[in-house]
Design a protein around this ligand. Sequence first.
Ligand code: GLC
Length: 438
Amino acid sequence: MIPQPKPTPGDTSWFTKARFGLFIHWGIYALPARHEWVKQREELADEAYDVYFRHFEPDLYDPKLWAKAAAEAGMKYFVVTTKHHDGFCLWDSQFTDYKATNTPYGHDLLQPMVAAFREQGLRVGFYHSLLDWHHPEFPIDGFHPLRNHPEREKLNAKRDIRRYAEYLHNQSRELLTEFSPVDIMWFDFSYPSGRPGWVGKGRDDWQSEKLLKLVRELAPDVILNDRLDLDEGWDIKTPEQYQPREWLRVNGEPVIWEACQTFSGSWGYHRDEASWKSLEQLIGMLVDTVSKGGNLLLNVGPTGRGEFDERALERLMGIGRWMRLHSRSIYGCTASAFTPPPDCRYTQNGNRLYLHLLHWPYRHVHLEGLAGRVAYAQLLNDASEVRMLELDPQQPAQNITMSGQAGVLTLELPVLKPNVTVPVIELFLKEDAIPETL
Ligand code: GLC
């Protein structure tokens, strides 16, 4: 059976068809270029971190190029960090001075970005940090850059999370009204149990119930993620930097989900990271996600000059080359009730079943449960026929012919792998062969 998640409050109808989005982590941490958590990792006080604010000048920033790169990669939506944990805001918020307009660059970065992506037909999502390592009312906790400050108790005595929560709600209202309609609101993150020896922060600190009400009032259809520390009211579950084993469930019930993944490990621009995933891995990740009924949100960390660096562009272009020929096996597709052979993934859309071959086998692939159920088979990249062999299970193997197996359909493949990163075979199921699909 294919899992059928229960409907949620927001409008996910477009989302589960879109399947593929771009995550953007951008802020002044692009300058140190050694992880977006650099302020907390290196325990930098505001005065030390301020050097990046004072030098932030992305002179090459052209969001039209970003939107074009995303659209050409086949992405249907984007989610950008309006504010990350360091508190720096990309837009001209009336509730803070800690924003792009006050850097040497001097302009709002979010307005033109939203406009450019909308122009390319992509939906708009905002990642907004619940943590704030700049706000003077945000109590120092185990994650805070000042966690080892000798006077942290004294500093904390003056901090009131309720005043910070008011700021958080005000900015959320501002984003949802000024950029309406916002399609996705992606809050990050809650840690109610804290770190050993520290109290955490969760729903009481963010006043999550109240924030949820505000979000739904301003944007009833918005897709809300699951990181506000609420048991219900959210739309999507968001596994980070891992591929779930199967369709994600919460309390045994299947849910709508979106995996978020990086190219190289960190989310913000990281100059020296060498762990960049290959094109095969990235396309495999997208396919794997859709084969389990999820979406993939793939992250770019633009540079301090305002560009996607060449490693990111190269991969996005590679994904785009693959998507141009294969997006039919991604958009509108979901998990299949059939079990794929080793090193393969199925996705399915109605009577079309897509076999993704992550490893190209030698001449044959054997499909369990599909004997007699497929009307036609072709390679998706060039619509060339793939022949289905009629092997008799009663017939023993001979010198140059294999034997059949009950219920198994054997396809005959070319010896040479087609010249695409992940080849896909499109199988047209006979109408009566799709009982448990969408
Ligand atoms: C995390 C990290 C972070 C990143 C995010 C993306 O929770 O704190 O830096 O923005 O996940 O999912």
